[in-house]
Design a protein around this ligand. Structure first.
Ligand SMILES: C[S@@+](CC[C@H](N)C(=O)[O-])C[C@H]1O[C@@H](n2cnc3c(N)ncnc32)[C@H](O)[C@@H]1O
Length: 212
């Protein structure tokens, strides 16, 4: 099973594909580049985001995923339909990205449904209300492998808590773009041909390694 890493190579470049430590800020878990807009429906479709979902994007950049999820997206496998989530929240550490995010919320008329939180995502408890929004059901992640290691325990706790609470009727899911959690078993892997076979990894409670 691939997790977005080349398991056969043991090099610095493989551990740190963007050589991030050379240029990243101390508290940054990924560079400030967003995924392509046309790619977002693939992410949302993999997680089957629907009207009973509340989505949280960890490292949200200009909020493109959050905004499209609320505005509505056409799943690539059934483009004639339109799905949207109820609420979305993006946590972003860069104030300049938050400025773009907040103006996008106003431009798209999404106040009250889509929220930007200017914070370090490591300081967030995913299980508590965020920006007064409760009940996150889908988490989207486009972070470097180092970032995934940093959030792994929190994601595990969040999935476990959902299971213990009965998930409020909606199973908690996580979708990772390009890199996944090492040693976890994705419930689905999709390679998006149109985007150079970029991989998407879907995780749920059954993905957590038994030994952890
Ligand atoms: C690769 S971009 C992804 C943006 C967006 N999620 C997307 O897929 O288009 C990663 C984002 O995470 C943000 N980020 C990095 N470290 C963070 C941290 N510790 N807390 C919150 N945001 C962070 C970066 O500033 C950047 O905007």
């Amino acid at each position: 099973m691939s997790y977005g890493y080349n398991e056969n190579e043991d090099s610095d470049e493989n551990d740190n594909p963007l050589m991030a430590g050379l240029w990243m800020d101390d508290d940054s878990l990924a560079p400030p580049c967003g995924c392509e807009m046309e790619f977002i429906p693939w992410m949302l479709e993999v997680a089957a985001v629907q009207s009973n979902d509340t989505l949280l994007d960890l490292g949200a950049g200009d909020g493109r995923i959050c905004r499209l999820a609320c505005l509505g997206y056409h799943p690539p496998s059934s483009p004639s339909t339109l799905h949207s989530c109820s609420y979305s929240i993006g946590v972003e550490i860069e104030p300049s990205a938050c400025t773009l995010f907040n103006s996008g919320i106003i431009k798209d008329d999404l106040e009250g449904r889509c929220f930007c939180l200017n914070s370090d995502l490591l300081d967030i408890n995913f299980d508590k209300p965020i920006q007064e929004v409760e009940g996150v059901t889908v988490i989207t992640v486009y972070l470097l492998p180092e970032g995934l290691v940093a959030i792994e325990d929190k994601i595990r706790a969040w999935l476990n808590a959902g299971e213990a609470q009965g998930n409020g009727g909606v199973k908690r899911r996580v979708v990772c773009n390009t890199w996944g959690f090492k040693g976890w078993e994705p419930s689905r892997v999709v390679k998006v041909e149109k985007f150079n076979y970029t991989e998407l990894f879907l995780y749920d409670i059954d993905s957590i390694p038994l030994h952890s």
